[in-house]
Design a protein around this ligand. Structure first.
Ligand code: C5P
Ligand code: C5P
Length: 485
């Protein structure tokens, strides 16, 4: 990451912070509209905390996606003297925003690929406009953090939340699953302020909190068929390796294991994955950088930044994002206890769907250029995004993107979640563009990143939409093979 890119985005963040500070001087209210996933929730938490510290009058609303209805509500329900800030949403829907905003002051802090043109009066901070990769180098929480730090340097103590947001959006795409680009600069802020430590270890889920067999069973990146989601099988796997699971009547966690024990487990899992037909690189995902939030209690899911992100995702997807925002803002009271229950429910839901898919493999079809996961009414719209991410890691032909959908009967709308792999996206396949184009043709809306995109499309358009995506992916692939993307 060049120093220039970091200073470019800091400069943009400064412009946004100036507008916020001016609004506060004029005693304006602030409305923050943010996205329902870990990144959106952390972004809202960062700005919320920064504004709380200035004693501003503000309100946070978390939405599952941006559409005309949400935009109308944002402008109509807040008075003309309210500054509206969109975080983790907005850049993909600039034309709709322009049409609705009239002369309302608007700030957009987003890392999605921009589509359309913003109004001249909008403050639009987006990494893509500065040649920074918004899918890998900075998340929306990262942008919100730079704005917060520009409001007041003391907000450096919110840097760990930006790390959580980026990990929630799976931006750990650099060597050893590290965060890179502008994220690296934010990571160093968090380390400098004594909030974060980075270590290399096995990336089991629940390294700090769970008995080792549970941590292994909870690991879904990479998804280990026959072990992920299956505690008994994980326990049997470790027992066969003669790993001591309990010591003095107490379950051991990953952090209690010796390096030799960890090496043994890794090598067995590596061989197991290879025997299931996976490439060595997939197994290598099991080792990497752990982001430890050193101020959080040991044995809590807030200690490992990836687990923290999962907890935020759980609150969003289970319909209680306010809990996630409160936790980001420092609440560790009953709110936190409630969030833990929500996290367990979320895990069960995801495991249930994965099992169901194992039993119903015909729901994943291979088309000419894509895989289609027909979630229909059987996979809830709130879970399709996570399921799509997990399933993508296990497809026999990783060069074919996955297009998963869930049917929302009440609205008669399809919720689409499309994913591809990092290497295919880096070769030039841009799912955000493809999904946006196909959705527009089918009376829907869509967008996102090159690697992960989503859409909402009328149910009647299902086959047309899928066929359209299939042929657009084919066109991209042909162009990529010819050498131009
Ligand atoms: O809206 P937003 O940018 O926050 O969400 C990105 C989504 O894409 C997240 O749900 C994240 O998990 C997903 N993603 C993915 N695979 C990647 C990168 C992102 O599934 N390689
Ligand atoms: O919902 P899902 O996690 O699959 O979305 C993948 C990415 O596409 C996210 O970054 C999300 O914000 C984005 N998206 C979008 N427009 C939509 C739906 C999703 O930009 N209509």
């Amino acid at each position: 990451m060049t120093h220039d890119k970091v200073s470019d985005i800091i400069n943009e963040a400064r412009t946004a912070s100036k507008v916020i500070l001016e609004s506060l001087d004029r005693d304006k209210k602030i409305l923050i509209i943010s996205h329902m996933d870990a990144d959106g929730i952390s972004a809202a938490g960062i700005l919320g905390k920064a504004l709380f510290r200035t004693e501003a009058r503000f309100c946070i609303r978390i939405e599952r996606w941006l559409d005309e209805e949400v935009i109308n509500k944002a402008y109509s329900q807040s008075g003309g003297d309210t500054l509206v800030i969109f975080t983790d949403m907005g850049s993909g829907y600039l034309d709709v925003l322009c049409a609705k905003a009239e002369n309302r002051e608007t700030i957009i802090l987003d890392h999605h690929q921009p589509i359309g043109k913003p109004k001249e009066t909008f403050i639009h901070v987006n990494p893509h406009l500065l040649g920074i990769d918004g899918a890998r180098e900075i998340s929306s929480a990262g942008i919100a953090y730079l704005v917060a730090k520009s409001i007041n340097e003391n907000n450096i103590d919110l840097s760990h939340l930006a790390v959580i947001g980026s990990l929630g959006d799976l931006q750990d795409k650099y060597d050893e699953r590290r965060l890179g680009g502008v994220n690296e600069f934010i990571v160093s802020d968090a380390i400098r302020s004594g909030l974060l430590a980075v270590e290399i270890d096995l990336l089991f889920f629940g390294r700090e909190t769970r008995p080792i067999h549970k941590a292994l069973a909870y690991t879904t990146n990479p998804y280990i068929p026959g072990i992920s989601g299956e505690e008994d099988r994980a326990l049997a796997f470790l027992s066969e390796l003669n790993i001591e699971l309990k010591r003095n009547d107490r379950w051991r966690a990953l952090r209690d294991l010796t390096s030799d024990e960890k090496r043994k487990i890794f090598s067995a899992l590596h061989n197991y994955l290879i025997s299931k037909g996976f490439k060595s690189e997939v197994a290598m995902n099991l080792i990497g950088a752990i982001y430890i939030l050193v101020k959080e209690g040991s044995w809590t899911p807030l200690r490992d930044a990836r687990e923290f992100a999962l907890l935020l995702n759980a609150t969003g997807r289970m319909g209680v994002p306010g809990l996630g925002v409160a936790i980001c803002m420092g609440d560790r009271s009953a709110t936190y206890e409630e969030a833990l229950t929500v996290l367990e429910d979320y895990r069960h839901t995801i495991t249930k769907y994965l099992k169901w898919l194992n039993e119903n493999p015909d729901r994943i079809e291979e088309w000419e250029s894509i895989y289609v996961l027909h979630g229909e009414k059987d996979i809830d719209e709130k879970s399709i995004s996570a399921i799509s991410t997990i399933i993508t890691m296990n497809l026999p032909k990783p060069e074919k993107p996955l297009v998963a959908y869930s049917f929302m009967p009440k609205e008669r709308v399809l919720k689409i979640s499309a994913r591809t792999t990092d290497s295919i996206a880096r070769m030039g396949l841009n799912l955000g563009e493809i999904i946006s184009m196909a959705a527009e043709k089918c009376l829907g809306i869509g967008g996102g990143h090159d690697i992960a995109a989503g859409a909402q499309v009328p149910y009647e358009q299902k086959m047309q939409f899928l066929k359209h995506v299939d042929s657009l992916v084919k066109e991209y692939m042909v162009r990529m093979k010819r050498g131009g993307s």
